[in-house]
Design a protein around this ligand. Structure first.
Ligand SMILES: NC(=O)c1ccc[n+]([C@@H]2O[C@H](COP(=O)([O-])OP(=O)(O)OC[C@H]3O[C@@H](n4cnc5c(N)ncnc54)[C@H](OP(=O)(O)O)[C@@H]3O)[C@@H](O)[C@H]2O)c1
Length: 321
């Protein structure tokens, strides 16, 4: 019935421009709506975390470590995960979380890209605490890629960033159903904005956003899902030192010297606050939301500032080749 319209180039183009015009007309109302939603969210009740159980993957450093401390201060019991490495700080993180107020902290070594290990740490959490309230899928890596690199060396990015969230989610869902719990997934603004050198990272994070947006329809309202789309936050992952540890392009400077970044602590505070209020998306720093809109509505402008911020000088030609 609609074939005549779908296959007609003129009507297709017309619909797009009519939609743009409509957007222009309703944008004052959308602006007010957004503002009112923001003000209302400031007064929304926060979940009491005292005695609740939170499982965090990738908690040996960076955002995962700070989230563990934030939850600990709220009196939550923690299960924290990272890979087994001689230099791992996971045990120290557990000690610090106890000092900060967590009644009980279980640390387990596990690789999120391995399905059996994910089953093991979700089961281990239930065995110890008997319940699960929040699953925080945070573990991730960001090796930088250029067209001169061998693409087969990047398969593990999808395994860790995408499957490493999906596997624990699968095992945690039955337990979260019982507690009407929450799933938090640490995607990235890169999954929307696709900065250069981040092809595989952005693809894995975009896959996360798509997967969890779809999952939301199946598990809500019993389980709430919060998707984090954070910009550049000051952790190891955005430093030149980190980029020299694995495959891909090596940075000459920390990203902090190239693009605007946010300190990790205020970011994590805002994130945990948002999770407790049941936010569906959390973007920090907040201005990144404007970039999301620009990306879709004015792609040429997006291309302009990306080229401006990411000149190809900030990389090592030896590793790039
Ligand atoms: N910092 C940012 O600008 C930013 C922005 C947006 C999103 N994110 C996301 O935030 C998450 C945390 O990153 P971060 O910035 O805090 O960097 P980070 O300090 O490097 O933290 C990464 C964590 O993931 C763990 N991990 C890595 N591979 C793992 C595996 N196979 N199994 C289990 N754990 C593993 C690491 O521990 P081990 O190496 O000890 O196993 C570490 O605890 C990532 O998903 C990242 O993509 C970061």
């Amino acid at each position: 019935m609609y074939e005549a319209y779908f296959n007609n180039r003129f009507t297709n183009t017309l619909v797009f421009y009519v939609f743009l015009l409509l957007l222009l007309l309703v944008s004052p109302f959308l602006f007010v709506w957004e503002l009112v939603s923001y003000v209302r969210s400031c007064f929304r009740r926060k979940e009491n975390m005292s005695g609740k159980v939170v499982l965090i993957t990738g908690a040996s450093s960076g955002l995962g470590e700070l989230m563990a401390y934030e939850y600990a201060k709220l009196g939550a019991c923690l299960a924290i995960i990272a890979t087994r490495k001689p230099e791992s700080r996971l045990e120290q993180v557990a000690d610090r979380a106890r000092e900060l107020g967590s009644p009980d902290v279980l640390f387990m070594f596990g690789d999120v890209s391995k399905v059996d290990e994910c089953r093991m740490f979700v089961d281990g959490t239930i065995e110890r605490f008997g319940r699960l309230d929040h699953l925080v899928c945070n573990a991730g890596i960001n090796p930088l890629y250029s067209i001169n690199n061998d693409v087969t060396k990047f398969e593990h990015v999808m395994d860790i960033n995408f499957w490493g969230s999906v596997y624990p989610t699968q095992f945690a869902i039955p337990h979260l159903m019982k507690t009407k719990g929450k799933i938090v997934v640490n995607a990235s603004a890169a999954g929307v904005l696709n900065p250069p050198r981040c092809g595989f990272y952005s693809a894995s994070k975009a896959a996360l956003i798509s997967f969890y947006e779809s999952l939301k329809f199946e598990v809500s309202p019993t389980i709430r899902i919060t998707i984090l789309t954070l910009g550049y936050i000051e952790t190891n992952i955005i430093t030149a030192k980190y980029s020299s540890n694995g495959v891909g392009v090596r940075l000459r400077k920390d990203m902090k010297d190239v693009v605007p970044t946010m300190e990790a602590e205020p970011c994590v505070k805002a994130v945990v606050d948002g999770i407790r209020k049941g936010a569906t998306f959390i973007t920090e720093p907040r201005f990144m939301k404007a970039l999301f809109l620009i990306k879709y509505m004015f792609p040429q402008l997006h291309q302009f500032y990306v080229n401006m911020y990411f000149p190809s000088k900030n990389r090592d030609p030896k590793r790039d080749g």
